[in-house]
Write a protein that binds this ligand. Structure first.
Ligand SMILES: Nc1ncnc2c1ncn2[C@@H]1O[C@H](COP(=O)(O)OP(=O)(O)OP(=O)(O)O)[C@@H](O)[C@H]1O
Length: 332
């Protein structure tokens, strides 16, 4: 487990101090895929660079598996870093080395014998689906293949934690999806904890179990992905998940009845709630806006409806909706 307590990072330059992280508290569980989301400058890179101590925190503590990483000496720090793999947006491969040599590099630095390196590289290339590319140079590979090499290199020393810094941001949607599937498969197969930094919502939706949202160095929200997507609480998260602040004109202009927002999650999204409403309560239902998302096999539906009819029938209908376990908000 990674335990981050009261973490603050201030960069001091000659003329100014920039507070990149303000009093962050976070727990990341073993074996989970944890997303860190935020706009440019939110502090995402600073946070993961503190986790592998490429940056020194200004205040606060970080424990990895019970060990306070601030107390490590240089030798212990080198050992710790072997257990943390990292992948990058621009892959950071050595262009004058082959795929084999790129993956071998971190193991050579760790003093692993040639035989073991050879065996390990075969396993890794099979795992990332590049067995036929071991003698190619990075310039001969596609973006997705380069990232596969990056992943193999990051796994070379058998890490327990993988840090992914915008690893799919330079890839097209189809390749992104393939790389995310690979990361998920590796997470399951190796029980590897993965921290994913991204500004792409689809990445969070597709592979993360939980997500933290950073804004201007502050942790504004943390929770499981289905909860955050269905009921974001901060303004910045609402923007990320595409929920509009305020009401669109079509709803403001609507004056034929009560406007109700209905949130369907899981089983309730599969029930014929609206048709039941119309049949039982003798009200008309006008759909004003709506969307359905599928996250980790869970269906999340947001619907804004106008209920038209007699006031008492509308009130009964709203009461019934509430009793179905749906989250109801009367907008107008
Ligand atoms: N070495 C540094 N010296 C001074 N300021 C820095 C340094 N590194 C980052 N910062 C500042 O800290 C803040 C957070 O930067 P950080 O790179 O952590 O954000 P980010 O969310 O990763 O952004 P991006 O998505 O653009 O990479 C920014 O205001 C940035 O300018």
């Amino acid at each position: 487990m990674i335990l981050i307590k009261n973490l603050t990072k201030v960069y001091r330059t000659e003329n100014e101090s920039i507070t990149a992280l303000k009093n962050i508290n976070l727990e990341i569980n073993d074996g989970e895929i944890f997303g860190i989301m935020g706009l440019s400058g939110a502090g995402k890179s600073s946070l993961i660079r503190c986790i592998n101590r490429l940056e020194e925190p200004t205040e606060g503590t970080i424990e990895i598996n019970g060990q306070d990483i601030m107390s490590l000496n240089n030798k212990e720090l080198r050992e710790m870093r072997k257990k943390i793999g990292m992948i990058f947006q621009h892959f950071n491969l050595l262009s004058n080395k082959t795929v084999y040599e790129n993956i071998a590099f971190p193991m050579e630095i760790s003093g692993v014998s040639k035989d073991v390196i050879d065996k390990r590289i075969k396993e890794l290339l099979d795992m990332v689906g590049l067995a036929d590319k071991k003698d190619s140079y990075p310039s001969q590979l596609s973006g997705g293949q380069k990232q596969r090499v990056g992943i193999a290199r990051a796994l070379a020393n058998g890490p327990t934690l993988l840090l992914s810094d915008e690893a799919t941001s330079a890839l097209d949607p189809q390749t992104t999806s393939q790389i995310l599937s690979l990361l998920k498969e590796i997470n399951k197969r190796l029980n590897l904890t993965i921290i994913v930094i991204t500004h792409q919502m689809d990445v969070i939706k597709e592979i993360c179990d939980r997500v933290a949202v950073l804004n201007a160095g502050e942790l504004v929200e943390v929770g499981n992905v289905v909860d955050i997507f269905s009921q974001p609480s901060s303004q910045i998260t609402k923007k990320f998940v595409g929920i509009e602040e305020g009401m669109p004109d079509s709803i403001i202009d609507y004056d034929r009845g009560m406007v109700v927002k209905v949130l369907f999650i899981g089983k309730s999204a599969r029930e014929p709630v609206i048709s039941h409403l119309i049949k039982t309560f003798d009200v008309d239902v006008n759909i004003l806006s709506g969307n359905i998302q599928h996250i980790h096999g869970e269906t999340i539906g947001n619907l804004v409806i106008g209920l038209e009819g007699q006031a008492d029938k509308i009130n009964n209908a709203v009461e019934w909706l509430k009793n179905q376990g749906l989250k109801i908000e009367v907008l107008k």
